[in-house]
Ligand binder design. Structure first.
Ligand code: SF4
Ligand code: SF4
Length: 372
């Protein structure tokens, strides 16, 4: 059996589930901060096999979803500047901004190109020396090393037509903001696997040390997630708050210092605007002054009108774990993956899309039952 298959082996899930069911914790609410975990939990059906007293909450872990309308509006305005080609990841195109999505901007004839990595954007800069290639960089600590590498490469190659509009965010200040708001009681956290491989498992120690909330760093296979849930319940059962790194095959205590070193060489922390949270101090990555020539905000200063949210969209509350997607009145009716009103229905890691794609029958049953 391959290593991957062993993490999907259903015969190994049964004893884990039995242990989870036998834990005497009383009602608990656990949160996954990572969009990848949200999708994995739905796709594998974990929610439906957990005992009812274990509630899984989804947090602000989808980088597309937490990008604010203000930042989307800025990207749209950049795309309309003469001579600019705006590049970004595919998921961003369908996200509705205050007035239009990037897909709509593209439909008006402005150049918006989908890229799969920052290096693709760099390649475009080499191919179009007469154009300014702006990369709209969203993402967490996982995507930041590639953005830093692109800037370093651009400098090494002497490229003058490449810049980054950075709205990248840091997960730790986001997690702290969520806990400090105190709107939801989070009793245990499933820590993000990819992010932790960069910043290190130890970066999450603040959860048990400061907030007395246990954390289990988890991989993305069903057995990884079940083992993490069990580890959190075991700590809660004993009244312990600690950090368990259950993804040690990828995540080291100190993370990837080389990758993070490149990030801190090019970027510094700044306040960043998160959907549903507002401005969170020191939660974003901005280019350092010595790399200002690669900073789109510095090179192309633009004024954008005040941003507005769709009145029906409750993505902010979904991202804070305050409501579940099915609590949004337009879920599955006016808002679907084909016609999304908010980013959580667009992104492949968004909670609303995960509910819609993998939980639809349960949702329909629940809604019908509550409507009777
Ligand atoms: S990049 Fe990885 S760790 Fe970060 S939110 Fe997505 S799946 Fe989770
Ligand atoms: S269902 Fe649609 S409108 Fe409602 S919160 Fe989700 S993405 Fe936003």
């Amino acid at each position: 059996m391959s290593v991957l298959a062993s993490f999907r082996d259903s015969s190994r899930a049964a004893p884990l589930l039995e242990r989870i069911r036998a834990r005497e914790t009383g009602p608990v609410a656990l949160m996954e901060f990572c969009g990848g975990h949200t999708v994995a939990i739905f796709r594998s059906g974990i929610r439906s096999v957990l005992p009812e007293h274990i509630r899984m909450l989804s947090g602000p872990g989808c980088p597309v979803c937490v990008t604010s309308n203000m930042d989307l509006d800025r990207a749209a305005a950049l795309a309309k500047l003469p001579g600019v080609i705006l590049t970004t990841y595919g998921d961003m195109l369908k996200v509705p901004g205050s007035r239009e999505s990037l897909a709509q901007v593209r439909a008006q004839g402005y150049p918006v190109e989908i890229v799969y990595s920052t290096l693709d954007a760099l390649r475009l800069a080499g191919q179009h020396p007469d154009k300014q290639i702006v990369f709209f960089a969203i993402g967490f600590e996982t995507t930041a090393p590639a953005a830093a590498a692109a800037v370093l490469q651009a400098r090494a190659r002497g490229l003058k037509n490449f810049s980054i509009c950075s709205v990248m965010k840091l997960t730790i200040p986001g997690a702290r903001a969520l806990l400090d708001m105190g709107e939801v009681r989070v009793q245990g956290v499933i820590g993000p696997g990819h992010v932790s491989s960069i910043i290190g498992a130890d970066a999450w120690r603040f959860l048990p040390d400061v907030y007395r909330v246990p954390v289990a760093i988890s991989g993305f296979e069903p057995l990884d997630i079940l083992a993490s849930i069990d580890a959190l319940l075991a700590m809660l059962e004993k009244g312990n708050a600690d950090l368990a790194n259950l993804y040690s095959r990828i995540v080291k205590p100190g993370g990837n210092t080389k990758a993070w070193g490149a990030v801190t060489e090019v970027f510094e922390t700044c306040a960043s605007s998160w959907r549903g949270f507002g401005n969170i101090p020191d939660s974003g990555l901005a280019l350092r002054p010595q790399y200002a020539e690669y900073d789109a905000e510095h090179r192309f200063p633009i004024d954008i009108p005040d941003s507005v949210e769709h009145p029906a969209c409750r993505c902010g509350e979904v991202l804070r774990g305050v409501i579940e997607p099915v609590d949004c009145k337009v879920f599955g009716t006016a808002c679907t993956p084909e016609q999304p009103l908010g980013p959580c229905m667009v992104s492949s890691e968004g909670s609303c899309a995960a509910y819609y794609n993998f939980h639809q029958s349960t949702h329909t049953k629940t809604r019908h039952a509550t409507e009777q």
